[in-house]
Design a protein around this ligand. Structure first.
Ligand code: MN3
Length: 199
């Protein structure tokens, strides 16, 4: 089976004080690991086991809910860990900065739109910045859905993902999701966004 559970690209406390170590440890070692384990069980012995995630997500409407939820949870968190860095935050630079200015008018405008999309996801879900054929777009998804899935309105290559499930922030921010979203901008990984934009 070709699906690996990747290492976290930094230590649990690397994003302090914006994202706390206890949340990171539980989120990675319990939640993400759990999604991975259940996804492996869900596809074991099926023809999905030899397909790529993009192939699977592209026809997720015809798959069992368990595959959709656990496959999404497995993939989405990988994008999320890479969307943050201890050296992150600040203004975007390079190609992603130019693309944000082109498609949103300014970084401040983008930040406002993305933050609003993340804040208004009802219940559990995600906010995404995607490259849709050369145009940047913001997409919000419910539960563990993502922009690769055929059930999601909008599509594109994810550049940045923000997890707005309560497990991502409740220990430190309790019900204050907007404070967690504001903190995310201090660790957002523009280097990763630039790499994903050029891939
Ligand atoms: Mn999560």
């Amino acid at each position: 089976m070709s699906f690996k559970f990747p290492e976290l690209p930094y230590s649990y406390d690397a994003l302090e004080p914006h994202i706390d170590a206890q949340t990171m440890e539980l989120h990675y070692s319990k939640h993400h690991q759990g999604y991975y384990n259940k996804f492996m069980s869900a596809i074991e012995g099926t023809d999905l086991a030899n397909q790529s995630l993009e192939e699977i997500f592209g026809k997720i409407s015809s798959q069992a809910a368990g595959v959709r939820n656990t496959g999404g949870g497995y993939y989405n968190h990988i994008v999320f860990w890479n969307s943050m860095s201890p050296n992150g935050g600040g203004n975007p630079t390079g190609a992603i900065a130019d693309a944000i200015n082109k498609d949103f008018g300014s970084f401040d405008k983008f930040k406002e739109e993305f933050s609003n999309a993340a804040a208004t996801v009802f219940g559990s879900g995600w906010a995404w910045l995607v490259n849709n054929g050369g145009k940047l777009e913001i997409i919000a998804t419910a539960n563990q859905d993502n922009p690769h899935m055929d059930v999601v309105k909008g599509s594109g290559t994810p550049l940045i993902a923000l997890d707005v499930w309560e497990h991502a922030y409740y220990l430190k921010y309790q019900n204050r999701r907007p404070d967690y979203i504001a903190a995310f901008w201090n660790v957002v990984n523009w280097d990763h966004a630039n790499k994903a934009l050029n891939s």
